[in-house]
Ligand binder design. Structure first.
Ligand code: GAR
Length: 199
């Protein structure tokens, strides 16, 4: 059984896609053991609780400095004994100690075709604003392993999505989620649980 921990910051639609896939039996031998949010108001926490999943908030605002926040985050992760950590819209830079403790066991969903529109400053709606600004006709999403860089780790899956004339950033974001993110993130977890991925 692959023990999966999901880190979130916001609405949690990717978390919901993982929960739904798990319930439908399409994640293979997988258990969602904990959801961690840095944001106490994240709707993702409600989604987790409604699904009966252990949900905790580790907010940087509760700690005097970054080091103490990082220690608390690592502690909340270690407690759940995860085999895989999934960053599903987690808008915190993952501390180095977490990356080294869970080397090649952390994956992230990014809402573009890496290496386009990724790296520092590219997150959420900003990614789609940049894609529209550049005038690309195809965008998409990427699931990749997390290393010390920003969006630099080995790529696991990508899926392309068409940009439509006149798209707003929100319209494009929703299409990328529906056609790409909610498909490839559960699929990457299934592949890892099935032992189909090696680095
Ligand atoms: C998703 O679009 C995800 O790809 C993006 O944040 C959104 C979270 O939505 N992540 C990043 O931009 C990471 N760089 P959700 O909370 O509804 O899953």
């Amino acid at each position: 059984m692959l023990r999966v921990l999901v880190c979130v910051s916001g609405g949690g639609t990717n978390l919901q896609a993982i929960i739904d896939a798990q319930k439908a039996g399409s994640l293979g031998e997988t258990e969602i053991v904990r959801v961690i949010s840095n944001n106490p108001d994240a709707y993702a926490l409600t989604r987790a609780k409604e699904a009966g999943i252990d949900a905790v908030c580790v907010s940087p605002k509760e700690y005097g400095n970054r080091e103490d926040f990082h220690k608390a985050l690592l502690c909340a992760i270690d407690e759940a004994k995860p085999d895989l950590i999934v960053l599903a819209g987690f808008l915190v830079v993952v501390p180095k100690e977490v990356i080294s403790s869970y080397r090649n066991r952390i994956i992230n969903i990014h809402p573009s075709l890496i290496p386009s529109f990724c790296g520092t400053g590219y997150y959420g709606l900003k990614v789609h604003e940049a894609a529209l600004e550049r005038g690309v006709k195809i965008t998409g999403a990427t699931v990749h392993f997390v290393d010390e860089g920003t969006d630099t780790g080995p790529i696991i899956l990508q899926k392309a999505v068409e940009v439509h004339p006149g798209d707003t950033p929100k319209e494009l974001q929703l299409r990328v989620m529906q056609q790409a993110e909610w498909v490839i993130l559960p699929e990457a977890i299934r592949m890892i649980a099935a032992g189909e991925i090696s680095i």
